[in-house]
Write a protein that binds this ligand. Structure first.
Ligand code: SF4
Ligand code: SF4
Length: 498
């Protein structure tokens, strides 16, 4: 066993109001520069929908992530080294600016400089931020928010279901999906990079780009199935979410977490066994979720704690792992799920799926969304939201997705009965196999957890901090803008190549 620490995130989707504060504060911090106008390290999508860039989940089209070859071996969907090199000068698997959107700005001066006496109100016209030419705005990073389900029939997660969703639920079924880089345990971007510029930090698992090594081959963009590596068109180099590593090193949450209006993001560390990663990524599709959970090590297990000590991790990290809200949501309560585990990258941003589509469906079917039995039956009977959520979070396993929704529905009904009627509904607990203490602790974490319960991040430990200092200069320095680890060599490349 090789024990490693990973800084990970969980988002509770029922609490996302789609305000985009996270996206805007991230942009102000990291991509408010020439060359990154179209780039959103954090974006928020409306689901069902085709996302940003368009259709990014369609791996038949973009060839992102990993797959098993005919002999059951893990291979990049974008092809082997030679196949990828053959596409260096004409790569058909790269999104164009039309797949993202053409960023625009407005001629605002006209509003204050227009001459008096006009018969019409002056109107500010949009201009392309890339070419400076007038343009008409036809798409954006979350255009679907305004379309009200207009692209539903193109969502790859709804293959075969789109008509049913439209007709049965009158388009009431929607929720928001905030996304950042997944800082995967088995990152396709790192394996695809021919220059060794993409790397996964040994001390906390954050995936970064070394700007000095990047040669702009863009293999990482094709290989990432979440399309979370971008090209800075001014420098020609790759950039991506940094998990706000300077803040994490200081024990602070990422900007998107700090500013999240819904307080739905949780940050903590997980211990995992690096030797188990490849095997977990190679199991048959129906075993992927359990295999990915199985890579994480129990922070309360004395043998794991001893292994962490022997590997040089300080006591502060061992304690932080025990208090990690991410461990609780993923492995203790088992209500957080990975986004598209079938991509086999072992993503490290997990999601508590939203109960709201089921409640919407219950309402549309005339069921009582305050009655636990009705909600349980809704989850069992009304397959469409469950099938959709399963397509996003469990590689299609509706039993697992339904089981998580049952827990959330039971928690809601249990706390309602206890708070409003003063009764304890034991039958609800029996139905989900949890104790009253567990349900109350889960409720507390999901509903009212304070700042230091949501973010449990040990500051970079002394040894690591010294190593980081040795890298020289401020870690925010670098050609082309802040961050991105410009200059120094990678701390370590801890991920295997095929
Ligand atoms: S989500 Fe992030 S770490 Fe995972 S493959 Fe994409 S860019 Fe790499
Ligand atoms: S700030 Fe929070 S609530 Fe608002 S869109 Fe982002 S994740 Fe959702």
């Amino acid at each position: 066993m090789r024990i490693r620490a990973q800084v990970a995130m969980v988002m509770n989707l029922d609490k996302c109001i789609g305000c985009h504060t996270c996206s805007v504060t991230c942009k102000q911090t990291w991509t408010n520069r020439e060359g990154t106008e179209y780039v959103w390290f954090n974006n928020v999508e409306t689901k069902p929908g085709i996302g940003y860039p368009k259709h990014y989940e369609d791996q038949e089209r973009w060839k992102g992530g990993w797959k098993l070859d005919g002999k059951g071996r893990l291979v990049l969907r974008s092809g082997g080294r030679l196949a990828r090199l053959g596409k260096i000068f004409a790569n058909p698997d790269l999104p164009t600016i039309d797949d993202y959107y053409e960023p625009a700005t407005f001629d605002k001066d006209i509003l204050v400089s227009a001459p008096g006496g006009l018969t019409d109100t002056p109107v500010k016209k949009p201009y392309s931020k890339l070419t400076g030419e007038p343009m008409s705005i036809e798409w954006g990073a979350n255009w679907e928010d305004s379309l009200g389900g207009g692209t539903m029939d193109q969502d790859p997660n709804l293959r075969g279901l789109a008509d049913k969703v439209k007709f049965e639920f009158e388009k009431t079924f929607m929720f928001h999906l905030p996304r950042i880089c997944e800082h995967c345990l088995n990152p396709a971007c790192v394996s695809a990079c021919p220059s060794g510029a993409m790397y996964k930090r040994e001390e906390d698992g954050i995936v970064l780009v070394d700007q000095d090594r990047c040669r702009g081959w863009r293999m990482c963009v094709s290989a990432c199935p979440y399309k979370k590596v971008y090209v800075n068109h001014a420098t020609g180099k790759a950039e991506k979410c940094t998990f706000c590593f300077p803040r994490i090193e200081a024990g602070q949450p990422t900007i998107c977490s700090e500013t999240c209006v819904g307080r739905l993001r949780y940050l903590g560390i997980l211990w995992y066994d690096e030797d188990a990663v490849l095997a977990a990524a190679t199991v048959p599709e129906e075993e992927l979720l359990d295999a990915q959970r199985g890579v994480f090590l129990d922070p309360f297990d004395p043998a794991v704690q001893q292994a962490a000590r022997e590997a040089g991790h300080p006591e502060e990290w061992i304690e932080a792992a025990m208090a990690s809200p991410v461990w609780k949501l993923i492995s203790e309560y088992r209500i957080a799920l990975p986004l598209h585990p079938e991509y086999r990258t072992l993503p490290m941003v997990w999601y508590v799926p939203p109960l709201s589509p089921v409640l919407d469906a219950a309402g549309a079917a005339g069921r009582d969304d305050t009655d636990a039995d009705d909600i349980f039956h809704t989850i069992e009977d009304l397959r469409i939201p469950v099938e959709y959520l399963a397509s996003l979070f469990t590689a299609g396993d509706t039993a697992v997705a339904g089981g998580v929704l049952m827990k959330l529905a039971a928690m809601r009904a249990y706390m309602r009965a206890r708070t409003l009627d003063g009764t304890v509904a034991d039958e609800l607990l029996d139905g989900i196999g949890m104790t009253a203490d567990q349900v109350e602790a889960m409720y507390r974490l999901l509903a009212i957890a304070k700042y230091d319960e949501r973010y449990v991040i040990p500051a970079a430990h002394a040894k690591t901090a010294a190593a980081l200092e040795d890298l020289g200069g401020c870690s925010l320095d670098g050609e082309g803008g802040p961050g991105m680890g410009g200059g120094p060599v990678p701390v370590i490349l801890s991920t295997r190549r095929p």
